[in-house]
Unconditional design. Structure first.
Ligand code: GAR
Length: 191
């Protein structure tokens, strides 16, 4: 039986799309469900186009968690991937997926992580700090933002004439190159 992956995403969803495409013809796993906390998130358009079931839960539903757990159970979800998900994961969801939930962060954690640090804000902070390199961190998820055990990091240069947009583009390329591969390795190793 194929393993079922759920993706949690709040925004554009380019990483979610890369993950769906990666697993489209995979022998062992599929992306079975996309969940979001924003009804206007573009990831919902992508889900429709890619023909992946998607659902949106309200702030209250995410805070409480029961209905999220219920839909994960209904779809038989084995592994959860956060891809630009900006709400807090409810504890009851976290506890249901020990070592089976990962996040990607667009910096070299522990630098430029924590609450409020997401997307372009991270890249602007990297530029403001005069960093010479940035990159991505893929890590297990725990109760604290961006603090779970690190699985891997990949680096890229910060160039003198970078804007947050050019840096974001470079970091996104790293994400697309590594996130599906890492998720594949972890999901393929599940019992
Ligand atoms: C990605 O760069 C991801 O690393 C980041 O949000 C972006 C989502 O892009 N996540 C965080 O900042 C989490 N703290 P996408 O919606 O195009 O995949």
């Amino acid at each position: 039986m194929k393993k079922n992956i759920a993706i949690f995403a709040s925004g554009n969803g380019t990483n979610a799309e890369q993950l769906v495409l990666h697993f489209a013809h995979h022998p062992k796993a599929r992306v079975a469900l996309i969940l979001t906390n924003r009804s206007t998130a573009f990831v919902l358009e992508r889900a429709k186009r890619l023909e992946v079931p998607a659902c949106c839960f309200s702030k209250e539903q995410w805070a409480e968690g029961t209905e999220v757990v219920e839909v994960l159970r209904r779809y038989g979800i084995d592994f959860v991937v956060l891809a630009g998900f900006l709400a807090r994961v409810p504890d009851c969801v976290l506890h249901g997926y020990p070592q089976r939930m990962v996040n990607i962060h667009p910096s070299l954690l522990p630098k430029f992580g924590g609450k409020g640090m997401y997307g372009d804000r991270v890249h602007q902070a990297v530029l403001d700090a005069g960093e010479k390199e940035s990159g991505i961190t893929i890590h297990y998820t725990n109760e604290q933002y961006d603090e779970g055990a690190i699985i891997c990091q990949h680096r890229c240069p910060v160039l003198p004439d970078d804007t947050f947009e050019t840096l974001a583009t470079r970091v996104h390329q790293l994400e697309y190159a590594h996130y599906p591969e890492v998720v594949d390795r972890l999901v393929s190793a599940l019992e």
